[in-house]
Design a protein. Structure first.
Length: 257
């Protein structure tokens, strides 16, 4: 009888204590990181990626032959497309606001240095076997964009668009009838950009992103000069640039900071 009474008392004690112990234990579903993260705040970070450009230059052949012979010396329009490609690396800074409850709006400024360059060789019909090497290079890209996204807790899908600026250099070099030439043109061109990406917050203050951006710069007449021979002339350049990049951001001035 004593053993039975002791077992009964122990069982009764466990029955009474169980609810209290259960109340003290944390639930696995209670406040996971994803539910706690808010995109409201500001951030700064860096990015690395690749750029691919289309630059149609019309008409570098006429530029050369008009300089050496007479205006309108070519028999037709020639378009050279150097198609630069290379690496982009830079940084970004921005602020976001999350509302209702999963939509996110924000603004971002970005600047990238670039190694994008490309070249094409074109023939000079009035110069016999002579050719011209047409080169194009993008030195930098900057942008100011607005972005709108939808947050799945700590995962953000977003689109963006705004203003952009590109710094470009163009060179047309070679020789005409035995005389060397070297035309150079520089410009900073304003355009627009649009893109989108996905950003993943893997801690309270850090996030990583993958992004695609398209830059449209239309066409513009570029003044070219040959300082050695004193020649001047114009070419029309139409261009667009595409960039794919990965980024890393540090979030500041937000919830939990």
């Amino acid at each position: 009888m004593r053993k039975l009474s002791f077992a009964t008392a122990a069982a009764l004690a466990v029955t009474i204590a169980a609810p209290a112990l259960a109340a003290d234990l944390p639930l696995k579903s209670e406040m996971p990181f994803a539910a706690r993260f808010s995109w409201t705040g500001c951030y700064l970070g860096g990015h690395l990626g690749g750029g691919f450009a289309r630059k149609d230059m019309t008409d570098p052949v006429q530029l050369v032959q008009d300089s050496f012979i007479a205006p309108g010396a070519t028999a037709g329009i020639t378009t050279a497309s150097p198609s630069p490609s290379g690496v982009v690396i830079g940084g970004q800074i921005g602020c976001d606001y999350q509302f209702a409850p999963s939509w996110v709006v924000g603004i971002e400024g970005s600047a990238s240095g670039s190694t994008m360059k490309g070249s094409r060789t074109v023939g000079l019909p009035l110069g016999g076997p002579d050719t011209a090497l047409v080169q194009a290079k993008t030195d930098f890209l900057t942008s100011v964009t607005a972005r709108v996204g939808f947050a799945f807790d700590n995962l953000l899908l977003y689109g963006k668009g705004g203003f952009a600026l590109a710094g470009d250099r163009y060179d047309v070099t070679g020789s005409f009838a035995g005389t060397p030439f070297g035309f150079v043109g520089l410009e900073n061109r304003i355009g627009w950009t649009a893109g989108g990406g996905v950003e993943w917050a893997f801690s309270q203050h850090w996030s990583a992103s993958v992004e695609y951006d398209y830059y449209g710069f239309g066409h513009r007449v570029i003044a070219m000069s040959d300082p050695t021979n004193g020649f001047l002339g114009n070419v029309d350049v139409r261009q667009n640039i595409q960039v794919v990049k990965v980024g890393l951001n540090f979030h500041v001035w937000g919830p939990g900071w």
